[in-house]
Design a protein around this ligand. Structure first.
Ligand code: ZN
Length: 252
């Protein structure tokens, strides 16, 4: 059975950006695991980190990350994939990034998280031994996405990698920032046309991240409208050669 490992920076990115591919692979008999890197709980958050949960309508007493990890478990079920893995790294608001603009600026010089992520990713990849890795292109420029890519690129990886386009940044602006474009643009493009089953599973998987839907999309209907703008297509860049053909995935 071929194996795929999706490396999601946050609890929602993989489902939002390549949930249709993950559901399709699982439907075709692949073993598919989503691993999210920044899922560590931080007790008694303050300042911008606290604001990031208050603006989702969650009081200071709520363990925000535990709630989101539980959403991720439900999302994986909706996608029809294996139970998810959760790495304990802290999101950017807990690493000195103090405002929304800072989350989308260049990584801070004192943010050494990529060096911490790299050995954890290496251990995860060795344990899962995937034939295929899914990872972000960091479109939109969120520092956690950039650091995840830096960590992955620092490793000697045997598996092929499909780099996803980060939704919803892909449809939020006409020309979203692509800070890693020069690393990725020379790679061949791939285009995944989702069948109705995969689209339905993706929609249900995305909706499982209930704490994020209002903030990101206004409402579940807003999620549907944004997903509709992708027109049932997921786009990727490919590193390496695919170990097994993937139905629906073609040269762009
Ligand atoms: Zn993210």
């Amino acid at each position: 059975m071929p194996k795929a490992l999706a490396l999601s920076p946050h609890l929602d990115d993989a489902a939002f950006s390549c949930g249709g591919l993950l559901a399709s692979l699982a439907g075709d008999g692949w073993h598919v695991v989503m691993a999210t890197l920044f899922t560590g709980s931080v007790a008694d958050p303050t300042g911008f980190a606290l604001a990031c949960q208050l603006d989702k309508g969650l009081s200071a007493e709520v363990d925000y990350m535990a709630l989101r990890r539980a959403e991720d478990v439900r999302a994986a079920k909706e996608l029809g994939i294996a139970p998810p893995r959760h790495l304990p790294f802290r999101e950017a608001p807990h690493r000195g990034y103090g405002s929304a603009p800072e989350l989308f600026s260049a990584p801070r010089a004192d943010d050494g998280i990529a060096a911490d992520l790299a050995p954890a990713l290496a251990a995860l990849i060795a344990a899962e031994n995937p034939d295929l890795i899914l990872a972000p292109q960091a479109i939109g420029g969120h520092v956690d996405h950039i650091q995840a890519v830096r960590a992955l690129l620092s490793l000697d990886v045997r598996a092929s990698i499909l780099w996803w386009r980060d939704f919803p940044y892909t449809v939020r602006e006409a020309a979203p920032r692509e800070p890693l474009a020069e690393l990725l643009f020379a790679l061949p493009s791939r285009r995944m046309a989702l069948d109705p089953e995969a689209q339905a599973r993706k929609r249900a998987g995305c909706a499982a991240y209930a704490s994020q839907i209002g903030f990101q999309f206004g409402s579940p209907a807003g999620l549907d409208a944004r997903l509709a703008r992708e027109e049932g297509i997921e786009r990727f860049r490919l590193t390496g050669r695919l170990a097994a053909p993937i139905a629906g995935l073609d040269a762009a």
